[in-house]
Design a protein around this ligand. Structure first.
Ligand code: HEC
Length: 222
């Protein structure tokens, strides 16, 4: 009985916490749904391009290497070196940023964390909601605040992009960045999903001989 009470309590605790303190996404009622698709190469490539141009200035992704990223996303090694790798001259190098964390902590008040595993620490939906919820706030040093991460020390770095694109296109672009970040956090996921389909297919076919064998073995006993 005690166990049952404990179980019910543990099951309901997150719900009551949510009712008391809003959702996981700060002031939003609930997080937005990020369009994550590990098989969508075009989206991942666009996300990589945007991440490397808009985020790498401050946030490294040091648990990934340029070469592996290119191979996984179907981008030529030469193209990666020429157009995407601004921080080292070797394609085998990790995706680091050239600015020191100490300087950044001094400039921004908080050092921008490495984002390789960010979508696993938070979630793709959290990161998507965060990027889409900057709003003007004159009281803050950069003139912006964030509904998901209150008083964040990060400026609204995608403001130019938001101005240049139509709202739908902008959402899509942010979705691509989050898709790429989800890939960074789980680079084997696409392959696992692919193999998973074959495994299920194999098990389904195996079921036929197993069913006949079972019938054969039990024939005399039943
Ligand atoms: C000008 C530097 C700068 C750039 C460029 C920048 N950020 Fe940030 N970012 C920061 C700082 C500083 C923080 C830490 C904020 C804090 O702790 O208050 C941060 C925090 C974050 C966080 C929250 C991390 C956490 O879980 O605490 C995410 C997610 C994030 N940035 C994503 C991005 C993405 C995606 C881009 C590119 C579109 C980007 N940032 C570009 C400076 C930057």
């Amino acid at each position: 009985m005690k166990k049952l009470f404990l179980f019910v309590f543990l099951a309901l605790a997150p719900l009551s916490a949510q009712a008391a303190g809003g959702s996981e996404c700060g002031e939003l009622k609930e997080c937005l749904h990020a369009p994550v698709n590990y098989q969508d190469k075009a989206s991942l490539q666009n996300g990589a391009k945007l991440y490397l141009s808009y985020c790498l200035g401050c946030h490294s992704a040091k648990f990934m290497r340029y070469e592996r990223m290119g191979a996984d996303l179907g981008i030529d090694k030469e193209l990666v070196q020429q157009y995407m790798n601004f921080t080292s001259d070797k394609s085998g190098d990790q995706i680091t940023t050239n600015v020191s964390a100490k300087d950044q902590a001094k400039w921004f008040g908080a050092p921008p964390p490495d984002l390789t595993l960010e979508t696993r620490l938070r979630s793709p939906n959290w990161v998507y909601s965060y990027l889409l919820n900057f709003y003007p706030d004159e009281a803050r040093p950069y003139g912006v605040n964030n509904k998901v991460f209150k008083d964040v020390a990060m400026p609204h770095v995608l403001a130019d992009l938001e101005q240049d694109l139509k709202p739908e296109e902008y959402k899509q672009a942010v979705g691509d960045i989050v898709n790429f970040m989800a890939y960074l956090a789980e680079p084997n996921r696409a392959q696992r999903e692919h193999i998973g389909v074959f495994v299920l297919f194999f098990l389904f076919i195996l079921l036929v001989p197993v069913w006949f064998l079972n019938r054969e073995y039990w024939k005399d006993i039943k």
